[in-house]
Design a protein around this ligand. Sequence first.
Ligand SMILES: [Zn+2]
Length: 253
Amino acid sequence: MNYQWLGLWVLTASLYASPQCYTQGYGTLITSANETSLVLKDGTQLPYHTDSAKTSWDEKINNADLEMQLAQAYDAGGIETPPPYLFDPGRLRYQPFFQALYGKDKKAIEKNLVTIQWPTLKGSVKLPVNKVGEVDKKLYAIGQEIAKLPKKDRIWAEGATTYCYRVIKDTDRLSMHSFGIAIDLAPNTTQYWKDEAPSETAKIGYKNTMPMSIVRIFEKHGFIWGGRWYHYDTMHFEYRPELLAPACARKGI
Ligand SMILES: [Zn+2]
């Protein structure tokens, strides 16, 4: 463990994490949020903190709660920088939160999916996206903005895929693609940490080809980018407005 970065993480967590990140990020979908619980618009109550072990990295990844979900501050609008060791803002997730918002199982999620048009160099493709919280409208707006970029940037938004009900490779955790709130771009020419490293705690060299012009458009609309993770997934964007809320974001967008 690199203790310098652990210290930075603890510092950023204490400075930035606040239950208000949820109410700021999700608006009317969340009725209230405090250090005890989060209440959703439909009355669902979720604990802010759970007692499951969160000491080792594996425990953090598998047992994250709503508090830990905010513990690493996302550098919205930041320059492209190799992230510190085990610094994955947004990758520590509390799955029941996403199930409560977007659908508790495959059937419930699919009821919330609508289709958007995503511009391509040759026209457009249809992509299924969750309509809860208007994620569909936000992703549509992102596509429209990317379509105005020069071709050298636009080519990185080709080959887009969104909804797919599946677990994350080699884990029991549902991928954010299962909720219809994530998109992968340019899957054949982007970079994924698992292609380089054997385990979560391995030393991994950072790689990225996704242009920051595309990343910034996503961040402006409430999506985080997997290229800001130590466990980089540079094709991947997901809707996580709590990490971009004023109470949480490290910088303005
Ligand atoms: Zn993805």
